[in-house]
Ligand binder design. Structure first.
Ligand code: DGP
Length: 112
C-alpha cells in the first residue's frame, strides 16, 4: 500500500485530524495556503475524480457533507472554498481523491 493518504487513514503517517466518520477523514494540509486549509478524503482509495463513476455519487456527497462540517467546526462563517484538483493541469500531487477546504481569509478569483 503505497498511497500517502491511505497511510494517514491507517495512522501510519501522523496528521492533524479534524474530523472522522465511517466514510471520510479530514485533516490539516501540511502546506497550508489559508488560515484554515483542511483536506477531506474518502476512506476508500480512489485515485482521482476523473476515475470515479456514477456509482461513486454517494461517496462524493459524503465528502462534501464532511467538508461542510469541517467549515462549521472551523468557524468559517464568512465563507470558504472547496477545491478538487484533478490531473496535471490542475496540479494534483497526491493520487487519492481529496477535497481542499480553504477559509479564514478573502480568497481571490479566478484561481491561478
Ligand atoms: P493536490 O495538489 O490537490 O494533490 O493537494 C495535495 C495536498 O496534500 C497538498 O496541498 C499538500 C498535502 N500533503 C502532501 N503530503 C502531505 C502529508 O504528508 N500530510 C498532510 N497533512 N498533507 C500533505
Amino acid at each position: 500500500m503505497g498511497c500517502l493518504f491511505c497511510k494517514i487513514i491507517a495512522r501510519e503517517i501522523p496528521s492533524q485530524i479534524i474530523l472522522e466518520d465511517e466514510h471520510t477523514l479530514a485533516f490539516r494540509d501540511v502546506r497550508p495556503v489559508a488560515p484554515t486549509h483542511a483536506l477531506v478524503i474518502p476512506k476508500k482509495h480512489v485515485v482521482a475524480i476523473s476515475d470515479t463513476t456514477d456509482e461513486d455519487a454517494l461517496m462524493l456527497g459524503q465528502l462534501v457533507s464532511a467538508a461542510r462540517r469541517v467549515a462549521k467546526q472551523e468557524n468559517l462563517t464568512s465563507g470558504f472554498r472547496l477545491v478538487i484538483n484533478d490531473g496535471p493541469d490542475a496540479g494534483q500531487s497526491v493520487f487519492h481523491v481529496h477535497l481542499h477546504v480553504l477559509g479564514g481569509r478573502a480568497l481571490s478569483w479566478p484561481p491561478g
